[in-house]
Design a protein around this ligand. Sequence first.
Ligand SMILES: *[C@@H]1O[C@H](CO)[C@@H](O)[C@H](O)[C@H]1NC(C)=O
Ligand SMILES: *[C@@H]1O[C@H](CO)[C@@H](O)[C@H](O)[C@H]1NC(C)=O
Ligand SMILES: *[C@@H]1O[C@H](CO)[C@@H](O)[C@H](O)[C@H]1NC(C)=O
Ligand SMILES: *[C@@H]1O[C@H](CO)[C@@H](O)[C@H](O)[C@H]1NC(C)=O
Ligand SMILES: *[C@@H]1O[C@H](CO)[C@@H](O)[C@H](O)[C@H]1NC(C)=O
Ligand SMILES: *[C@@H]1O[C@H](CO)[C@@H](O)[C@H](O)[C@H]1NC(C)=O
Ligand SMILES: *[C@@H]1O[C@H](CO)[C@@H](O)[C@H](O)[C@H]1NC(C)=O
Ligand SMILES: *[C@@H]1O[C@H](CO)[C@@H](O)[C@H](O)[C@H]1NC(C)=O
Length: 379
Amino acid sequence: MSLRLLVSSTTGFLILFLINTDASLQSLSTLRTGKFFPFFGVGLVRFENGPCGGNSTLEGTCYTRRQCALADGVGTARCANGIGVCCIIQRTCGEVSSLNNTYFVSPGYPNAYTNTSTCTFTIRKCGPDICQVRIDFLTFNLAQPNENGTCVTDAFYVTGGASNVPILCGENSGQHIYVDFNMANDIVLTISTSASTIASRAWNIKISQIGCNCPTRAPSGCLQYYTDLTGTVNSFNYGSAGSQTGTRQLVNENYGVCVAMQAGYCGITWMQSGGAYSFTVTNNTYTSVGDGTIGTGASSVLGSNCTTDFVVIPAPIYINGTLVNTDRFCGNGFPPVTSYSKPFVLTVVTNQNEVNDTGNRGFSLTYNQVPCTGANLIG
Ligand SMILES: *[C@@H]1O[C@H](CO)[C@@H](O)[C@H](O)[C@H]1NC(C)=O
Ligand SMILES: *[C@@H]1O[C@H](CO)[C@@H](O)[C@H](O)[C@H]1NC(C)=O
Ligand SMILES: *[C@@H]1O[C@H](CO)[C@@H](O)[C@H](O)[C@H]1NC(C)=O
Ligand SMILES: *[C@@H]1O[C@H](CO)[C@@H](O)[C@H](O)[C@H]1NC(C)=O
Ligand SMILES: *[C@@H]1O[C@H](CO)[C@@H](O)[C@H](O)[C@H]1NC(C)=O
Ligand SMILES: *[C@@H]1O[C@H](CO)[C@@H](O)[C@H](O)[C@H]1NC(C)=O
Ligand SMILES: *[C@@H]1O[C@H](CO)[C@@H](O)[C@H](O)[C@H]1NC(C)=O
Ligand SMILES: *[C@@H]1O[C@H](CO)[C@@H](O)[C@H](O)[C@H]1NC(C)=O
């Protein structure tokens, strides 16, 4: 937040001018009123429309009271030394937003949404130097895919961007994706719902706009991007198949999960994170449960035997130092491996039919970055 004095009074009389030249404000004014008003009030004070906390669950952006009202926002605490108000922006089906940190919620959120509809939400760049959006699924409860892993009842999809985003459904709360803008085109999120029987259906999706030179921008080709030293990556709709027939895995995926290499770290170790079932990617999971091999090397499938659904980790090495000699992993178990190949990427592939993959949950893998040693530095 920058607060600075712009003008001094010659009369000794201080007149406040709130001047705001932020690009998002301009689009806001165009959006809501059709008029263009680059300045606010009469003023000495200028402040940035930066993040300001909001409330415990939603992040706000600092605007003047008037801007917040024009944007149909909800003002919470004061910001910019009391001049601005921390404004939470929520939108729903059929709306457009070019404001950073807009929340796209299901109609009636947080109540369940039980209507059949095709709901679209349009994301417009908040400025010419915006290249990407990060989309956080704070709440994402849609119907499960059918037994073959296809999103037939409910589906979330992204159009208009430059990134290839798989069609999603099921439970994805806590997941995120990055989508690149395709030049000046809008990015459109569509959620189609086709049955009224999904008791818990609801969504609350945060959209943050990322500048082209922003250090947090995800590299091209990374649908997901992690920046911590350690973390857990789950496949979309990861979870227990429970009483449901078929699989939790979704069809037709092909995406990269990238991890930003931290200074002083040269490798990355991947391992199953959530117990025996946490890598169940091909074949009948219940067979591996029945014979006791679930989550072990005996149920791990590698290389050319992985032709339908698999993850790829470049140049992996077993923990004992032996080369794996292939980069594809599938089956119902995953051996811990380390890769020194850069950048750090896990590629996820599923084919168009999960018909033979009964009881698969997908994967939950933990990564740890590995510090450089002298040997790594020389090699
Ligand atoms: C945060 O603000 C939003 C928007 O006004 C509101 O719906 C939500 O209930 C608030 N959450 C809390 C925890 O106050
Ligand atoms: C659901 O659809 C009905 C009938 O079209 C409509 O009256 C109602 O407002 C809709 N509810 C929501 C939450 O959109
Ligand atoms: C799943 O795929 C199989 C084989 O293609 C097909 O016979 C079955 O009808 C499909 N199930 C559903 C619910 O579409
Ligand atoms: C949008 O808000 C996020 C904080 O949630 C911030 O990191 C980012 O820089 C903002 N984007 C722009 C274009 O101001
Ligand atoms: C593929 O599976 C067959 C049969 O289980 C096995 O003999 C072969 O070694 C496997 N190939 C690889 C690359 O793991
Ligand atoms: C290293 O571990 C792998 C996977 O468990 C095993 O297949 C391989 O035989 C081990 N190599 C040595 C030299 O122990
Ligand atoms: C399925 O399991 C069998 C062993 O039971 C194995 O040979 C085969 O490679 C596995 N296929 C896949 C795609 O996991
Ligand atoms: C399922 O597995 C059977 C037996 O291995 C194979 O013949 C069939 O093509 C597979 N179905 C699909 C949709 O992959």
